[in-house]
Design a protein around this ligand. Sequence first.
Ligand code: TMP
Length: 214
Amino acid sequence: MNNQDRLGKLIIFEGVEGCGKTTQVNLTRQWLQSLGVEVVVTREPGGTELGMELRRILLESPQGTIVDRAELLLYAADRAQHVDSYLKPLLNQGKIILCDRFIDSTIAYQGFGRKLDLDLILQLNAIATQGLERDLVFWLDIDPAIGLLRKIGNHDQFDRIEQEKLDFHYRIRQGYQHQAANYPQIIHRLDGNQSPELIQTQIQALMKTLIRIY
Ligand code: TMP
């Protein structure tokens, strides 16, 4: 489905662990609701019932139990289910969707993090999305070491992916840099070191100009 053929908008929040994207999804939802805009919040992995099972397997399995290609396929399966059973129908109804992670996470994590072939990932993303394109991506960029420290500060338990070595997390940041350079019209970098309020002001300004929300 081409972006021109549908009423709704698909807005994605991306970044390394602890970058603050979930806070921004919530603040953006509150802002849109205060304007009377109908908004839906979802995430990958885990935006559907099947996706919640896949999320549990992906994040709660012990380290070393899932090979990299299987991990890639599980994220693709989560996305295929999410796109067909949730995202496309809602976009056709004209909903604004705020989605925590989408295809850029797979390039960053499985492509740059796991070093899997980028062409293979592009093919799998295409199979999973069936042409569904994102309208706008907010990439909250922070040093991965700071993001992980924030998680420790919040006493969050590290999941299978967060437990990876620091170099893995730095490669993911490079993956986002690569994506932002390739899709400058869609992916907007925001400095994740700023206060949540300031970041939210920037998101609102971009949404007003780029997708005409008032
Ligand atoms: P989060 O949404 O709570 O940040 O957790 C999702 C985790 O899954 C996070 O470590 C990023 C990872 N992930 C991938 O590795 N590839 C993907 O395609 C997606 C969507 C997420």
